[in-house]
Ligand binder design. Sequence first.
Ligand code: XMP
Length: 526
Amino acid sequence: MHDKILILDFGSQVTQLIARRIRDSHVYSEIHPYDVDEAFIRDFAPKGIILSGGPNSVTEGGSPRAPQAVFDLGVPVLGICYGMQTMAEQLGGKVVLGNVREFGYAEVRAHNHTSFLNGIEDFQTAEGHGMLKVWMSHGDKVSDMPVGFKLMASTPACPIAAMADDERHFYGLQWHPEVTHTVQGRAMLDRFVLELCGARPDWEMGHYVDEAVEKIRAQVGDEHVILGLSGGVDSSVAAALLHRAIGAQLTCVFVDHGLLRLNEAEQVMTTFADHLGVKVIHVDASEVFLSKLAGVTDPEAKRKIIGAEFVEVFQTEANKLKDAKWLAQGTIYPDVIESAGKGKKGHTIKSHHNVGGLPETLNLKLLEPLRELFKDEVRELGVKLGLPPAMVYRHPFPGPGLGVRILGEVKREFADLLRHADAIFIETLRNTFDKESGKSWYELTSQAFAVFLPVKSVGVMGDGRTYEYVVALRAVQTLDFMTAQWAHLPHELLGHVSNRIINEVRGINRVVYDISGKPPATIEWE
Ligand code: XMP
């Protein structure tokens, strides 16, 4: 059993970061909605509780409150932003509507000596006051602390910027320690979790392998499991983990829709079937997919066709495996949190994922071996399981594949041209290093790919005039894929890629670079 920190989510955009930071310090933490019942909190047996920020105002009637059990359990509690405000209100203090919003960078002055901030500071003023550089985002503020609390920090705009009750180990911060702009954020969370809660830092992917293997074995027994392997990170790591746990009881079905990247199908088969010895059924369904897509130009219609056909092909294969009792999926923790946040309790299926809808129709039990893990943990686990780092750290690739990167109608001829151009772009990104950071441009971008434009433009080659297709290059940098900026790739790199594509890919005579941010553009072109 790991020591656990419970994070109650009041709806902040950055709640997930709290859990990630704590897990970075090797302590297991989970996020649950603020309105879980008291019995759940007691059964969870946390070593400490964190109340997240949120968009509401404590001063509004009916705004969210923490369950009373949070304060009765006798464990340390940390309220962040809204979490601090509701803590103040619930324990007998007062919160007022702010007339000035404080948003962004702030310098707060630490007061009195509290075990929370003791020894943590960024600099000292001439008068010798300890100062902290933090990130704030709030309108309301605590105007009266509850009995038992003392002032921990302040700013001119927010006289009670942090408060502490060292007897009960209740702490409130108006700033966000979970964002990296709060310079000592890591030290603050470590102080709370490791020292004040006394949680054991035993959450580590190297050890997690054994724990997960045992859990899977206990759950599955001697029954058989099917997994849809796509070549993406999540399904690949799930396959490697299940294989480690149950070996030959696992059968992977790899549906090749003909819209994969260059040599991708071969790479999947080499890694899993040849190297790891996983049982993989490779279904080459490209003919069927392409024939269903013929004449279809609308992006959503293409997605629906690809998704439905995927289910069809997968189901046909799964039905052949008479012994299978389980369907495994690469659901990861953010999928679980997001669907719980939307009020859908229980098991979840990636909404955009191709295998959505399979469990009911196949009558299989659902197995989700990665549902406790964040993406970085999934990657770390993949490496521990012996998957090639290049596969584990690959940029994300959409389920419908090149189907949404060939604008308009999808044809095999277009897919072949695009695969070739895309491979040149990616190879160049991998082989070109930024002098300052020493990292490759592949590492410095979050997602990069080529897009096929079904328009012809005029060119000259040798003595002749050409009339051929256009390829657009897209490279973005982002943390969450919700917003993204176009990557400022070096001009020499772009020039090199353009030359190679035009010289090597017959049928392309023009290359353009996409300089649109998201929003308003999306990352994919369709
Ligand atoms: P957009 O284009 O919406 O993409 O800015 C955000 C991220 O989602 C990926 N994406 C998809 N992934 N099926 C998927 O599995 C899809 O239909 C799909 N559409 C977009 C996209 O590659 C990017 O990482």
